[in-house]
Design a protein around this ligand. Structure first.
Ligand code: SAM
Length: 291
């Protein structure tokens, strides 16, 4: 039976081990069983699932995951948490703990070695200082994924779900759209964590597409265009792409591609849909090949 996930047991275990919270690791532990149950339900964990948990902390959510999943692999950066995890997860035979920085783990290789390359589910109460690199890293390195169910800052959840014209629309919104279907499972207030974060949080489930919703010849080029246009979002698309050190298209090539697409030469990146970024990438790639 899961034993953590309430203020009393969390305080007991951290005091017993003399654990000190490290702000630099984004440590805000969940202390509300209703939220934990909601996350497990949103992720739809079954005995068939191999789950990767990023940042298990003292093992609170890991216990819930271990009771529902076939196997849980938990990756924790803070070595001071490892002896605690050995104690809190001692009763579970289907859990392995790795003391690593998730940004340095080759997750695709881990899935090959530990789950025969079959798609996994990622479930995490993410450290907020690296939410975007973690999610983008999983997607861009083509880790076989069924879904990613994560607690993130409310503002990041809004960015993941927004479309053209909204102030929250950006590179993350487009990447999420390209790789997955986003569903907001719960809003979570600061008092569900210890210590309390300064911001509101939300649980979001990203169910990965089998096929991307748009076809593009060069996916990397499309994402370079997307990043460049939102790096300078107040500028016109022609200027931000023309000025980007990551790209080598002339303003004329960009202008011609926009015209062929029926777009204004002064259009900004924030007005383009995913389909339009895919078309722009295909047109620019073709223009360079022809030149
Ligand atoms: N899962 C626990 C819970 O819900 O109570 C803890 C969540 S806490 C928001 C984030 C966890 O991620 C912390 O345990 C922190 O030490 C860990 N963490 C931070 N950076 C990490 C990294 N680069 N790789 C792996 N774990 C990391």
């Amino acid at each position: 039976m899961a034993e953590l996930g309430n203020p009393r047991s969390t305080i007991e275990i951290i005091q017993k081990h003399g654990f000190l919270f490290q702000k630099k690791f984004g440590q805000n532990f969940l202390i509300d069983p209703h939220v934990l149950e909601k996350i497990i339900r949103a992720a739809g964990i079954t005995g068939e699932d191999f789950v990767l948990e990023i940042g298990p902390g003292i093992g609170t959510m890991t216990q819930y995951l271990a009771e529902a999943a076939g196997h849980v692999c938990a990756v924790e950066i803070d070595r001071n948490l490892i002896p605690i995890l050995h104690e809190t997860l001692a009763g579970y035979e289907n859990v392995s703990v790795l003391n690593e920085d998730i940004l340095k783990v080759d997750v695709a290789a881990l899935v090959r070695e530990r789950n025969g390359g079959r798609p996994i589910k990622v479930v995490a109460n993410l450290p907020y200082y690296i939410t975007t690199p973690i999610i983008m890293g999983l997607f861009e390195s083509h880790v076989p994924l069924k879904s990613v169910t994560v607690m993130v800052q409310k503002e990041v959840a809004d960015r993941m779900k927004s479309g053209p014209g909204s102030k929250d629309y950006g590179a993350l919104s487009l990447a999420v759209q390209y790789y997955a279907e986003a569903y907001l499972a719960a809003n979570v207030p600061p008092n569900c964590f210890m210590p309390r974060p300064k911001v509101g949080s939300a649980v979001i489930r990203l169910t990965c597409h089998k096929e991307p919703p748009v076809k593009v010849k060069d996916e990397r080029l499309m994402f370079r265009l997307i990043r460049a246009s939102f790096n300078q979002r107040r500028k016109t698309l022609a200027n931000s792409l023309g000025n980007s050190p990551e790209l080598s298209f002339t303003k004329e090539e960009i202008g011609a591609a926009l015209e062929e697409m029926g777009l204004s030469p002064t259009v900004r990146g924030e007005a383009l849909t995913l389909e339009q970024f895919a078309e722009l990438a295909d047109r620019l790639a073709a223009a360079v090949t022809e030149a």
